[in-house]
Design a protein around this ligand. Structure first.
Ligand SMILES: Nc1nc2c(ncn2[C@@H]2O[C@H](COP(=O)(O)OP(=O)(O)OP(=O)(O)O)[C@@H](O)[C@H]2O)c(=O)[nH]1
Ligand SMILES: [Mg+2]
Ligand SMILES: [Zn+2]
Length: 347
């Protein structure tokens, strides 16, 4: 997955850190400059309250830095503030019980993992902000793995500026090599992290990074988080079956990885199980270039091929692919079709 489709756009409304206007505009109660805002990272979000761990507290207290409870300042309106966001906070930042601080600034995001309910839904939701790695968690059985979900997650990772890694759980229930084979043609690491697997490989992936975990409900995300962060105490559920959907985790939470040398070891973000991963926000033209096998095939296609296959593209080289690459080509074709129909319909 070397060829990222460039041109990331950060069209989030964010509050720019203003140049120092002191002297040109008096600071009044009506127009607070918030020069005194203290920055930190959002670690939880729940019904109008955000937990924020302040950089100041991390410097002093390290691993023991608390998450202070915050509300969103009125001037931010309905600006989305998500787990992983860097925010500026004012007010009571003591973390004493019953105190409430105010989020007044939202920093520009380094990465945004987005999804939509389906491929035509215009409403985008942000799954997580500022993660630099994405652990795409899939069980090799119970629930059965779905390559299409992994591929959709890969696309979202690349367009959102996260580095993806495929993490396979429940390797005690089935041989993981068969499903891993689906991604052998791609330059994406695959790590095993079932309950019986040694976690050294996945620990190496997450150490020093902000890593988001995504996957269907019941694949074992929280189980893995509990192993990586021994005091995390994330609730673990039973597998409820796709569609029956009782999700054990209902909120995203950022947890600090334990440090072995006193230095910050990074963060892991557990997310609720995702049923569908819509990509309505993705530009169809980018997608083929993200998969090495499809990009190579596309070079043999006639000029202007839209890769949809016959009858529109009778000579599309995707039709010569075999095995996992052939299956992936079919999945990408239906995605392209959905995205293009959406785009036709919009304009
Ligand atoms: N056999 C086996 N079971 C596992 C493994 N990992 C997790 N489980 C079980 O799978 C079930 C679901 O695990 P969770 O960690 O709650 O799954 P989740 O992905 O966090 O699910 P949601 O929070 O609903 O999204 C639990 O019963 C776990 O004990 C594994 O490697 N092998
Ligand atoms: Mg969970
Ligand atoms: Zn083609």
């Amino acid at each position: 997955m070397a060829k990222r489709g460039g041109g990331y756009s950060y069209d989030e409304s964010y509050v720019k850190v203003r140049p120092n206007r002191r002297g040109t505009r008096p600071r009044t109660k009506d127009r607070p400059a918030h020069d005194d805002a203290i920055f930190g990272m959002v670690t939880t979000k729940d019904r109008g309250r955000w937990g924020v761990v302040l950089d100041r507290d991390v410097e002093i207290l390290g691993d023991k830095a608390p998450a202070i409870v915050c509300m969103r300042a009125r001037e931010l309106g309905r600006t989305a503030i998500e787990v992983g966001d860097r925010v500026g906070v004012v007010g009571d930042t003591t973390a004493r019980p019953g105190t409430l601080a105010r989020i007044v600034k939202l920093a520009k995001r380094q990465s945004v993992l987005r999804r939509t309910a389906d491929d035509t839904d215009p409403y985008e939701r942000i799954v997580v902000a500022n993660a630099d790695r994405l652990l795409i968690v899939s069980a090799v059985a119970d629930p059965p793995p779905r390559a299409g979900f992994v591929e959709r997650s890969l696309i979202a990772a690349f367009v959102g500026n996260l580095q993806p890694v495929i993490a396979l759980t429940k390797s005690d229930l089935a041989d993981p090599s068969e499903f891993a084979q689906e991604f052998a043609a791609l330059d994406v690491p695959v790590v095993l992290c079932g309950v019986d697997d040694d976690l050294a490989a996945v620990q190496k992936v997450v150490h020093g990074h902000i890593t988001a975990l995504i996957g269907h409900s019941g694949v074992g995300k929280s189980t893995l988080v509990n192993r990586l962060v021994p005091n995390a105490d994330r609730a673990v559920g039973v597998v409820s079956g796709v569609g029956k959907g009782r999700h054990t985790s209902t909120q995203s939470v950022a947890l600090r990885l334990p440090s072995t040398d006193g230095k910050p070891a990074g963060w892991i973000i557990d997310t609720p199980g995702i049923r569908s991963f819509g990509l309505a926000h993705v530009d169809a033209e980018q997608i083929v270039g993200l998969f090495e096998d499809l990009a190579a095939a596309a070079e043999k296609c006639p000029r202007g091929c839209s890769h949809l296959g016959p009858p529109a593209d009778p000579e599309c080289a995707f039709d010569e692919l075999t095995g996992a690459s052939w299956r992936r080509a079919q999945a990408v074709r239906s995605l392209l079709e959905a995205l293009r129909s959406k785009q036709d319909w919009e304009f």
